[in-house]
Design a protein around this ligand. Structure first.
Ligand code: ADP
Length: 494
């Protein structure tokens, strides 16, 4: 039996996972790497360290699984998105640390772009909102601040890439300079209608074409690896959230997945035409397979599992995140408490950076359990806000929500989510959706899977949470939540 290797290069750790053909996880390995915070608001990674940890996890996972490179049918790459790197094509050395997606150093530049009236143009072309999050302003910053960089870029001596490009380059000993359409769509340099680098955007951000990788399908044999897993076809690339959408088998318009981690990332497949969001959700390329672009709407919740961490570390109500469910189920309701975990403002559909967190409705009878339950409910409420915005944008009716991420183990949260959405919430057997998606894209390219339909058919559920709440009660919950949001925003307003 041939195996598939997924390279899952995340923000805080590099992971490698081996799957069997049936999608069963055979072995996994993980190594953390350093986060650099040279100034307030700046976040950097050492790309050499990313590669070193990634290469080590690949060796680790093969050793654990007792496999040799020859036992692998293909390798797929999935990665932290938007993080921006420039390296020297000749030496292969980065010219500066990678600027991580979280880095805010270009916020002011983005503000200037908005003030100059570029928002409608940029959003219209890229599906993104102007923000420091995306690669374009970071790349522009590197070219402006690393001595000599712009001139060298124009002469074709430098290469730009998101982390997928860097890993593909490293795996091939510096011969392959590619990215896939999903990662490219997060750079803010691509017209997502055709999935190509766009001259007007390149001009706006002053980025020379000579820097750019070729944009390829998300599932195709790009090259054979020459390092770490020599001879193995590199056959899949996708950004982490898009890979998770694929791994969750969300292959038809209206199918959606939500990842419950520190924050939440929700993506809904919207088919082969992009949606122009009226709710300031992001429109993004889900993947390109066989030259055909498919799209997704994306919305995120900034604080989800992090609210549970706050109850643990900030308030000391629990010792481990896993204790939250039993504490929250020790009461039948929140006793009138609402918890708005807007620690860093609110994302879609509110887009309010000024609002701050609030715990409302306290009485002498309020216990730790009530606050715990309110925190769990708040995660589901925020996810419901985003899904309602997606449904309003697309007119697509969600049939079920597929879930993954660290907090998806919480049954109380999943049931409340199903109740609020009035749709089934389905947890798959394979919670490693991101890695599975990367392996799946690679497997598809080398014929381990016959088609995306074949791949989707292998998705299997572990548990289904069926909605069971009366409509009136659901409406009350939603009304209370919206009132709590209004209160928190009123407090923040100067
Ligand atoms: P990330 O990839 O963002 O680091 P993970 O997917 O690993 O996140 O999930 C970790 C998050 O899940 C943490 O914020 C943690 O508080 C939360 N979490 C873990 N277990 C539970 C649980 N049983 N109930 C609710 N949240 C949980």
């Amino acid at each position: 039996m041939k195996h598939l290797l997924a390279i899952d290069q995340g923000t805080t750790s590099s992971r490698a996972i081996v799957f069997g053909e049936t999608g069963t996880l055979v072995a996994s390995a993980q190594r953390e790497f350093r986060q650099y915070f040279p100034q307030p608001g700046w976040v950097e990674h050492d790309a050499e360290e990313i590669w070193a940890t990634q290469a080590a996890t690949i060796s680790d996972v093969l050793a654990k699984a007792g496999l040799r490179p020859a036992d692998l049918a293909a390798v797929g790459i999935t990665n932290q998105r938007e993080t921006t790197l420039v390296w020297d094509r000749r030496t292969g050395r980065p010219i500066a640390p990678a600027i991580v997606w979280q880095d805010r150093r270009t916020a002011e530049f983005c503000e200037e772009l908005r003030a100059a009236g570029h928002e409608a143009f940029i959003t219209g072309k890229t599906g993104l909102v102007i923000d420091a999050y995306f690669s374009a302003s970071k790349l522009c910053w590197l070219l402006d601040h690393v001595p000599g960089a712009r001139a060298r870029a124009v002469r074709g001596e430098l290469a730009f890439g998101t982390i997928d490009s860097w890993l593909a380059w490293k795996l091939t000993g510096g011969t392959l300079h590619v990215t896939d359409a999903s990662n490219a769509s997060r750079t803010m340099l691509v017209d997502i209608a055709n999935g190509q680098w766009d001259d007007e955007l390149l001009a706006l951000f002053n980025v020379p074409r000579a820097l750019l990788p070729a944009i390829r399908d998300s599932s195709e044999v790009y090259a054979l690896a020459s390092d770490v897993v020599p001879g193995v076809p590199i056959a899949g690339i996708a950004g982490d959230q898009q890979a998770a959408l694929f791994g969750q088998g969300c292959l038809q318009p209206g199918m959606a997945k939500n990842t419950y981690g520190t924050g939440c990332f929700m993506l809904m497949h919207t088919g082969t035409a992009r949606v122009h969001s009226r709710q300031r959700l992001l429109s993004t390329i889900a993947w390109r397979i066989g030259g055909r672009l498919e799209y997704a709407l994306e919305g995120s919740v900034f604080v989800a599992g992090a609210a549970i961490q706050y109850l643990r570390d900030g308030l000391g109500l629990i010792r481990h995140a896993s204790e939250i469910e039993s504490l929250a189920t020790s009461v039948t309701d929140t006793g009138g408490v609402q918890f708005v975990p807007a620690f860093v403002g609110l994302g879609a559909p509110y887009w309010d950076p000024h609002v701050r967190g609030a715990i409302l409705g306290l009485t002498r009878g309020t216990s730790a359990a009530h606050i715990a339950r309110a925190a769990v409910e708040a995660i589901a409420q925020q996810v419901t806000d985003v899904l309602e915005a997606m449904q309003a944008d697309t007119g697509l009716d969600l049939k079920e929500l597929r879930v993954d991420g660290g907090a998806a183990v919480n049954n109380l949260l999943m049931q409340f989510q199903a109740d609020l959405l009035d749709r089934p919430v389905v947890r798959p057997r394979a919670l490693e959706a991101t890695a599975l998606g990367a392996a799946g894209l690679a497997g598809l390219a080398v014929g381990v899977y016959r088609s995306t339909t074949d791949m989707g058919a292998r998705w299997a559920e572990e548990r289904r949470f069926t909605p069971g709440m009366a409509g009136s009660k659901r409406q009350n919950h939603r009304d209370d939540w919206r009132r709590a949001i209004r209160c928190a925003r009123a407090w923040a307003t100067p």
